[in-house]
Design a protein around this ligand. Structure first.
Ligand code: TYM
Length: 334
């Protein structure tokens, strides 16, 4: 009943890392062939934690540049920043009145981010998932590609859609399907494979950045924590070695290979050799993206015009949805 449509978002709250690339952006590029796609730079989400204003602008352009440099076609896809399309916040308020406190209290990402300082974090950080649901449902998107860390937020989005439909009118919103790609669903830290790779980790050596040079990538992979054994020759023993398992997944994902084939290629060889091949693969994909990003960023006007056009196209899809929602709720529409 709903047209297949993709929406996903990336925060402009710091430089992008390999987890963002493999878990999200690389998949966005693959999906553009099959679906109508909207890709959003979620600046409203970024300010749930204070951002330096000038830097926020730069980082917004940087994410736009990363999308395009990775292969997203700005004519085919709608690329935009969230704050330019007002309907996101309009629908988010309505969803604040649909979602229940108990649902939001269960969000593990809020618990992780707030930590012991729960009383001092912004209200926005707590309400974040209702805005995320609005980002998706304002376009009646049906599929949402993300890394695994966002899964719980997408379940909440389904709950919100269901409750809205139940409270006001059936079938206003679709129940979305998460698209989580197994090999790259959770790229782990290079220093501690029990933690996901993230921009907030204190150690630079825990992550490869999209902006890293060849030398930095080589060094980070060389220093990545592993053990002293040779490369595993079967999946069961690989699974027991978390760090090696993580690197194997990164290798499989960046080279678009199956895990079994990676094992076949490297079984019983020295890890140092595998690490070198992994660094080479990362360099061959990430360094050209980085070069293209720099070129795009040097032309801020071009990026701004892409975002402006994207926002216009996104608004024209969002406007009739907010009108419909207002009507269902009983607001007087203009
Ligand atoms: P953000 O900006 O933290 O991350 C952007 C995307 O990168 C994925 N990701 C990872 N994937 C695998 N391994 C990792 N280590 C890793 N780290 C990050 C994330 O899962 C995400 O797909 N709340 C979202 C942004 C958002 C959104 C949306 C997403 C706002 N509205 C609507 C989808 C739909 C976030 O903070 O992503």
């Amino acid at each position: 009943m709903f047209k297949k449509r993709i929406l996903s978002g990336v925060q402009p709250s710091g430089n992008l890392h390999l987890g963002n690339y493999l878990g999200a952006i690389k998949n966005f590029v693959a999906l553009q062939e099959e679906y109508e796609c909207l890709y959003c730079i979620v600046d409203l989400h970024a300010i749930t934690v204070w951002q330096e204003p000038q830097k926020l602008k730069e980082q917004t352009r940087e994410v736009a540049a990363a999308f395009i440099a990775s292969g997203l076609n700005p004519d085919k896809n709608i690329i935009f920043n969230q704050s330019q399309v007002h309907e996101h916040t309009q629908l988010a308020w309505i969803f604040n009145c649909v979602a229940r406190m108990g649902w939001l209290n269960r969000m593990t990402q809020f618990k992780d981010k707030a930590g012991k300082d729960k009383e001092n974090v912004s209200v926005g950080l707590f309400g974040y998932p209702t805005l995320m649901a609005a980002d998706i449902l304002i376009y009646k998107a049906t599929h949402v590609p993300v890394g695994e860390d966002q899964k719980q937020h997408l379940e909440l989005c389904r709950d919100i859609a269901q409750k809205f439909n139940h409270d006001y009118s059936d079938d206003v919103f679709p129940l979305i399907e998460p698209l989580i790609f197994k090999k790259s669903a959770r790229v782990m830290s290079l220093r501690d494979a029990s933690k996901k790779m993230s921009k907030s980790d204190v150690s630079d050596y825990s992550r490869v950045m999209l902006s890293d040079s060849e030398e930095e990538i080589s060094l980070k992979i060389k220093k990545a924590k592993t053990d002293a054994e040779v490369f595993p020759d079967n999946k069961a023993s690989a699974e027991k070695r978390k760090e090696v398992f993580n690197l194997m997944h990164i290798y499989a994902s960046i080279n678009e290979m199956e895990i079994d084939d990676v094992i076949k290629d490297f079984a019983n060889t020295e890890l140092s050799n595998f690490k070198k091949k992994l660094a080479d693969s990362l360099i061959s994909v990430l360094v050209p993206i980085n070069k293209e990003m720099k070129k795009l960023i040097s032309d801020g006007k071009y990026l701004d015009s892409i975002l402006e056009k994207g926002a216009e196209r996104a608004s024209s899809l969002a406007r009739p949805v907010i009108k419909e929602v207002y009507e269902k709720i009983g607001f007087l529409n203009r």
